[in-house]
Design a protein around this ligand. Structure first.
Ligand SMILES: Nc1ncnc2c1ncn2[C@@H]1O[C@H](COP(=O)(O)OP(=O)(O)OP(=O)(O)O)[C@@H](O)[C@H]1O
Ligand SMILES: [Mg+2]
Length: 258
């Protein structure tokens, strides 16, 4: 039996003027997996994510979500289809509390304005109560209950990463694209972020595609890792295979003996 991958990318390319940032990339992400995307700075990793998430229009190629073409579909429409790319918390979100951030995420998915109603009136409907309960459960799951009423802008780097994951849990996400979830996170919270990604995968069935420079995070979580260099796929395999591959060593260190 063949199962349709949740994500399939074919001959994907992006040019910025004369610069070929991504030059014909093909890969698949199986449903339920955690796939790593690594490569040196400027390899085209973020550009690839941006095209998949509808932030940038591809110059060429096609993108399929569970077999349905989504090339060129905008971010908010993809959100409703269960594809989510996490961004750093914007200024707008930094001024809301942790709990409010989670409630807004549920509300955006539903296309409702629960949050505004919730702010404007003391009358809490059953639906609003449900979203509040879910936000509280999510904070508990993440170990963030103690900062529930803290402004998101005041959280530590690692707590912000956990809150970003929490926002995905409030939506009905199926495929989550994470761009450097380990960046700026201290080692203790890093272990927590890794654990959270694994639990979301195992307990809730979310599929992840993760860009990361921290090889330990990738080795820990990903059964398959794709290596990009200069806009092309160099190889893919387990981190053991990746680490031994001469082409990867060359791409990272330019052939120098290290
Ligand atoms: N909006 C843009 N306009 C012009 N060039 C861009 C744009 N975005 C990215 N690039 C260029 O495209 C190439 C790929 O960039 P990209 O951000 O995808 O790399 P990356 O693999 O994510 O690198 P890093 O590991 O440093 O985040 C780089 O040469 C970059 O300078
Ligand atoms: Mg990047």
């Amino acid at each position: 039996m063949t199962t349709e991958p949740i994500l399939r990318v074919e001959s994907l390319a992006k040019n910025y003027g004369g610069l070929q940032a991504v030059r014909g990339v093909d890969f698949e992400v199986p449903e339920g997996s955690i796939v790593g995307l690594i490569g040196p700075n400027g390899a085209g990793k973020t550009t690839t994510f941006n095209m998949i998430a509808g932030v940038e229009k591809p110059s060429a190629g096609s993108i399929y979500l569970s077999g349905n073409e989504i090339t060129g579909i905008e971010t908010h429409a993809l959100y409703h289809k269960g594809l989510l790319r996490t961004f750093q918390l914007s200024h707008e979100y930094a001024r809301m509390t942790s709990k409010e951030n989670l409630m807004v995420a549920a509300s955006a998915q539903l296309g409702e304005n629960i949050f505004m109603n919730w702010l404007a009136s003391s009358r809490v409907t059953a639906r609003e109560r449900e979203v509040q309960d879910r936000a509280e459960e999510t904070l508990e799951f993440l170990g963030l209950t103690h900062v529930s009423d803290e402004l998101a802008g005041n959280l530590s780097g690692g707590q912000k990463k956990l809150l970003e994951l929490g926002r995905t849990m409030m939506s009905d996400a199926r495929l989550i694209l994470l761009d450097e979830p380990g960046a700026g996170v201290n080692p203790t919270l890093m272990l927590k972020v890794i654990d959270m990604i694994r639990r979301l995968n195992q307990e809730r069935g979310y599929t992840f595609c993760i860009i990361e420079h921290d090889m330990d995070l990738i080795a820990d979580l990903c059964e398959n890792t794709i290596v990009l260099a200069e806009g092309q796929i160099l190889m893919q395999g387990t981190m053991d295979q990746v680490r031994k591959d001469e082409r990867v060593i060359d791409a990272y260190f330019g052939g120098e003996v290290v």
